[in-house]
Design a protein around this ligand. Structure first.
Ligand code: NAP
Length: 281
């Protein structure tokens, strides 16, 4: 068994990104700009936003975090997004989820210009992605594909199972695996005999949101196991969806939590902001 070190790969990619950014600035005067909008006081969101800001600054980007009160109206938010859509200094706009209940998430995400939609949630970007012409794609599965590349996981003809079917992780992950010529199955909460199905997978990507859900009975010996889950146990410790201690000895490669998928997600967000800036030069 070997551990996929997402933290180390992310650090390497971030260092390369800082060099590319400096070069872009020197050659064309363009500095990638990322604006993050955070509404309310959600503790986890505050941490994610701080990490994104830190990564953007480390890459040499212009970074702006706009923190707005919980009571911010949908109209106010839409107007703010439009202002940044029009401002050429900002290449990426990100609205941190979840949003307060009185705001329609879809309306907000669809209001972000597809050219600045670094999360890849706009239907224009989703359509391009699903039809084989990706421009901006969701960062978490994009980061997982980088891990496969780094660790030389050949996906061609492999049985891949993705557990979870969210628009943010599960579905785009399945699409990327398919594009990489894996034979892909998507499982979800209504799937029958999940452990037996998982046991046939050469590559298992788990994005459920239930701590330690995937035990060793789910895992074929030698499988590659990617754990997207981020959950808190009863002591507040961050844990994944995979019971790492018992699954790791069975797997050939496995991501830890923390230090696996999480750092790569942020790195891919920065990469997409850089690419958006590059397209604008
Ligand atoms: P989500 O929107 O809640 O989707 C969860 C998916 O898991 C759903 O498709 C659901 O099925 C499925 N599911 C739930 N219980 C199941 C069960 N018992 N058996 C099989 N499938 C089950 O969550 P998400 O946004 O995709 O996130 C998933 C996890 O990844 C969360 O822990 C989240 O915090 C984490 N995450 C981490 C990163 C990162 O960067 N590391 C990024 C994004 C998300 P149904 O569709 O049938 O309900």
């Amino acid at each position: 068994m070997a551990i996929i070190d997402g933290k180390a790969l992310a650090a390497k990619m971030q260092a390369d990104l800082a060099k590319k950014t400096a070069k872009l600035k020197e050659e064309s005067g363009v500095v990638p700009g990322l604006v993050v909008i955070l509404i309310g006081e959600d503790a986890a969101s505050q941490v994610y936003v701080r990490n994104k800001e830190r990564s953007a600054l480390a890459a040499g980007f212009n970074s702006q975090v706009i923190r707005l009160p919980e009571a911010t109206s949908q109209d106010q938010l839409l107007k703010l997004i439009e202002q940044y859509n029009q401002d050429p200094a900002w290449h990426g706009i990100l609205v941190q989820l979840p949003l307060p209940e009185h705001i329609d998430e879809e309306k907000v995400l669809f209001a972000i210009s597809p050219d600045k939609d670094v999360d890849g949630f706009h239907p224009t970007n989703m359509g391009k992605f699903w039809s084989g012409h990706p421009v901006m794609i969701p960062s978490t599965p994009a980061g997982i594909m980088e891990m496969f590349k780094e660790y030389k996981v050949d996906l061609t003809g492999k049985n891949a199972l993705v557990i979870g079917r969210s628009n943010i992780v599960g579905k785009p992950m399945a699409q990327l695996l398919l594009d990489a010529h894996a034979t892909v199955t998507i499982a979800h909460s209504r799937t029958k005999n999940l452990a037996a199905l998982a046991h046939r997978a050469d590559v298992l990507v788990v994005a459920i949101g239930r701590g330690n859900f995937v035990t060793k009975d789910f895992v074929k010996p030698g499988a590659v196991v990617i754990d997207v889950g981020m959950n808190r146990d009863e002591n507040g410790k961050l844990i994944g969806d995979v019971a790492f201690d018992e699954v790791a000895p069975v797997a050939s490669l496995i991501t830890p939590v923390p230090g696996g998928v999480g750092p790569m997600t942020i790195t891919m967000l920065m990469e997409q902001t850089y690419e958006a800036a590059l397209r604008n030069t």
